[in-house]
Design a binder for this molecule. Structure first.
Ligand code: ADP
Length: 661
């Protein structure tokens, strides 16, 4: 085939498509096309096709209008993929130049591909028979896209797929108006597009419309119309794809999207949806309620509400989202529009587009400020409790320590006391022993003094008898004095012996009838007529040694009468209850009384307040009373004033046995 007969083409667009077409042309595999490339236009001089053309020495330009000036240019192939460029070329090109826009070029490219394979398979002879229309036909018939050509408002060509989409036989369609295949409601706008397409301006390259099948069923089709020359006259090449299923799927998708939207809107938790750039694309009402921002303030922007110190976990969340992963329950903090700091629990999920690529992320921010505060309060209460327990424990430890110290001190004191007691007991024993010894000594001395005193008395008696009648007054007085002194000495010795004897032999304890005992005692004392002794009634039982009791009362009654200058001497004997179950027996007189200064000393041996001339006596009586009381585990005291009488009290326990123990 000669070059002169070839179709001279120029390509607009320097991309890979351009290079591929150039390869086909240069390889001359499709020799029947008789194409010859004479120019390439591309805005980007670095584009692969553009550089390839330069390498091959083909005319290149940045402005496709330069191509119009090429001599013998027959066709411009537009490969930019831009309808506006195609439309512009269609308007501006010289009349004799044909335009193959990117859609048609693509179609050709497909054809070339198939052809290439077919050529390899077919024999040379078959190749010769091939007609370009046949090739189209094969391509068109094998296409999954419905293809038809509309010329003068009639279908002049339709492939099998096209007929199948509308459920017609191919023959039934040829010669009919293609508008009958459009749903009545979509006829107006599709007609408009068709007209625009024929005029070559302003029509969308691809659009969707509803179609009607032969049996009246509505279907959805995607259409692409291209203006072509068919048999030398303008026509429309239509591509139709049945998208009914896809539409249904989209409808369902829209439904589910609406459902999701409703869920997001109704969520009580704030939700924000970001695109992959981190810009807000949706916030729900709860977000506005909690954080204060409205959609219009945030959409298409980055939300600046992360406190500086909460960036680490936030950055980690963002990384996960960009990585296409979600995350759950991360605690962080966010500012509200009003500047309040909220504790939030954030969960996020990445959402994908239909192709499965991450498109953005949905973040749910649960406000857990209250919970956090409650946790904080709980922790504080817990800490306080622990502190209080600690303080109490410390206090307790201190008290315990103090108690221990006190206990030790007390033990020490008790020990000291025990020792003191023991010491006292020893001392008491020693004292007792000393007393006993003294008593013994007094007894022995008194006893031994009795004999010499008796001798003195005897010799003085002999002297008086021998000198009877010869004694003068003075001599007689001397002998009387001697006699008195001896009497006094004997009385002293007798009394001292009596004192020493008190309690030396304690008789058996008896239940005493005090009334009877006292009456008998008073009778035995043989008192003068001017003395009145009154003995009380209703005596309690007293268990004691009767000898000691008699010694006590004998001495007290004698003193009450002796130290009494009243004309009518009155002595009263009675009792009254006293502390510790004791009884106080008393002897009261109307005698001379005793000055309180002497109340103690009169109980000592030989202590007297008067001379023997004033009141006879040895000063042993009250000492005997005290000793006998003590032997009966009792005590003695008196109440008296000089000149006002005296009352002596002897306190005795109820029984002696108790005391013995
Ligand atoms: P005595 O009777 O031998 O003098 P006491 O020991 O009995 O010895 O008494 C001591 C002293 O107590 C007595 O000398 C007396 O001064 C005084 N006295 C004792 N009893 C009475 C009393 N009832 N009234 C006044 N003085 C008393």
């Amino acid at each position: 085939m000669a070059d002169t007969k070839a179709l001279n083409v120029a390509i607009v667009g320097g991309g890979p498509g351009c290079k591929a077409i150039m390869d086909i042309i240069f390889a001359k595999k499709l020799s029947q096309l008789r194409m010859s490339l004479i120019g390439v236009a591309a805005t980007n001089p670095k584009a692969v096709g553009y550089r390839y053309a330069q390498e091959k020495g083909i005319f290149t330009t940045k402005d496709y209008r330069d191509l119009y000036g090429l001599k013998e240019l027959n066709m411009i192939i537009e490969l930019t993929g831009r309808d506006d460029v195609a439309n512009q070329i269609a308007r501006a090109k010289p009349d004799h130049v044909r335009l193959m826009d990117h859609v048609a070029a693509r179609l050709f490219w497909d054809v070339f591909q198939i052809e290439e394979r077919r050529i390899a398979e077919r024999t040379q002879a078959e190749e010769a028979l091939r007609q370009s229309e046949e090739k189209y036909s094969i391509l068109v018939e094998s296409s999954l896209t419905g293809i038809y050509i509309d010329q003068d408002g009639k279908i002049v060509f339709a492939n099998e797929r096209f007929a199948a989409i509308y459920k017609y036989k191919r023959d039934e369609l040829i010669g009919t108006d293609p508008r009958q295949l459009v749903h009545p409601e979509d006829r107006a706008f599709t007609n408009d597009i068709r007209k625009k397409r024929l005029r070559g301006n302003g029509a969308p390259s691809v659009y969707e419309a509803r179609g009607l099948t032969k049996d009246g069923e509505t279907i959805w089709v995607a259409r692409r119309n291209t203006r072509i020359e068919y048999k030398g006259r303008p026509a429309i090449l239509g591509n139709v794809v049945d998208v009914t299923e896809q539409k249904c799927a989209e409808e369902q998708l829209r439904d589910s999207q609406e459902r999701y939207y409703a869920v997001l809107e109704a969520s009580p938790d704030p939700i924000v949806v970001y695109d992959m750039k981190g810009q807000g694309v949706y916030i729900n009402p709860a977000f506005t309620r909690v954080f204060g921002w409205h959609s219009e303030e945030l959409l298409g922007k980055k939300i600046d509400y992360v406190p500086d110190e909460n960036w680490p976990e936030t950055r980690m969340m963002i990384d996960k989202v960009l990585d296409g992963r979600g995350f759950l329950g991360i605690e962080s903090r966010r500012y509200t529009k009003g500047g309040r700091l909220l504790d939030v629990d954030i969960s996020a999920a990445t959402y994908l587009n239909r192709e499965g690529a991450p498109q953005g992320s949905i973040h749910i921010l649960r406000d857990i400020t209250d919970r956090k505060q409650a946790e904080e309060a709980l922790k504080k209460a817990h800490d306080e409790l622990e502190q209080r327990v600690e303080e109490r424990t410390a206090k307790l430890a201190k008290i315990t320590k103090q108690l221990k110290v006190e206990l030790t001190e007390r033990k020490r004191a008790e020990k000291a006391l025990r020792l003191a007691h023991r010491g006292l007991a020893i001392e008491a024993d020693e004292l007792q022993a000393a007393n006993e010894e003294l008593s013994q000594y007094a007894y022995v001395v008194s006893h031994d003094l009795k004999a010499p005193l008796r001798a003195v008395r005897n010799y003085s008696d002999f002297l008086r008898e021998d000198l009877e009648g010869t004694l003068d007054g003075d001599q007689k007085a001397y002998l009387d004095g001697l006699n008195r002194a001896v009497n006094q000495g004997e009385a002293l010795i007798e009394d001292l012996l009596a004192f020493a004897r008190v309690g030396r032999w304690i008789g058996p304890v008896e239940r005493l009838d005090m009334s009877a005992l006292l009456k008998e005692l008073v009778t035995s004392l043989d008192l003068d007529k001017d003395v009145e002794v009154v003995i009380g009634k209703d005596w309690p039982t007293i268990e004691a040694d009767p000898t000691l009791v008699k010694q006590i009362f004998q001495n007290l009654i004698n003193n009450a009468i002796k130290f009494n200058d009243s004309d009518h001497k009155r002595v009263e004997i009675g009792w009254r209850p006293a502390a510790d179950g004791q009884r106080e027996l008393f002897v009261q007189d109307n005698g001379i009384g005793i000055d309180p200064r002497h109340h103690e000393r009169i109980f000592r041996v030989f202590q007297r307040l008067h001379t023997s001339e004033e009141y006879q006596g040895t000063g042993v009586g009250l000492a005997i009373v005290k000793k006998a009381s003590s032997k009966l585990h009792g005590s003695v005291r008196l109440e008296s004033q000089a000149g006002e009488g005296s009352t002596f009290f002897v306190a005795l326990p109820e029984t002696q046995k108790e005391k013995e123990r």
